[in-house]
Design a protein around this ligand. Sequence first.
Ligand SMILES: Cc1ncc(COP(=O)(O)OP(=O)(O)O)c(N)n1
Ligand SMILES: Cc1nc(C(=O)O)sc1CCOP(=O)(O)O
Ligand SMILES: [Mg+2]
Length: 207
Amino acid sequence: MVLDPFYPIFDSTNWLRRLVPLGIKLVQLRIKDKSEAELRAEIRAARALCAAHDCQLIVNDYWQLALEEGCDFIHLGQEDLDEADLGAIRAGGLKLGVSSHDEAELDRALALKPDYIALGPIYPTILKKMKWEQQGLPRLGEWKARIGDIPLVGIGGMSVERAPGVFAAGADIVSVVTDITLNADPEARVREWIDITRAHVTDKIMA
Ligand SMILES: Cc1ncc(COP(=O)(O)OP(=O)(O)O)c(N)n1
Ligand SMILES: Cc1nc(C(=O)O)sc1CCOP(=O)(O)O
Ligand SMILES: [Mg+2]
């Protein structure tokens, strides 16, 4: 399975309704602080919407709800892994993306044979408080050398302008939040992201 190089993250299905139809092919639903009933409704709606638009949905954190709602891909961070039943996740056929921020976390992620590994924050992020300093671009090259064919996601402080350098440094996929959600024109920004990431795919094929 080849994952699209543009991987936006949104905190509601309303965002997905607005932006997925523009041509997003890989998206994460990352919701915090909602009731189980609300989460379930969001995940259910997001699944239907993504199916209608041939977009791969990745559910953050809530692997049990993802399984129950018939989703097929989740993202878990290192703290989520402490609590997760990986046997049940695998038995349920869920594909898995895992966060990493240092070598020990990378080793742990690799042992799980995940479907992608994320490294962040590459640049400073304003989305959430993190204990990690910015990793910088060279770290992406180090990670790519370690993980080989597993897709590498760069996340944290991403922008359209930074994306080419992030790919050149070793990322296969760029994941982004506030460059879109805080933009004055999120639709136009998504179109710019799609253009720049499609150009990257074309360049790769021609190389
Ligand atoms: C693509 C991607 N990379 C990293 C994260 C962060 O996951 P995590 O560390 O579990 O933190 P939360 O996002 O759950 O706050 C991610 N969600 N997606
Ligand atoms: C959710 C998340 N995880 C990160 C990590 O490094 O694991 S950075 C991040 C936030 C990304 O948001 P923005 O594109 O607005 O910086
Ligand atoms: Mg998490």
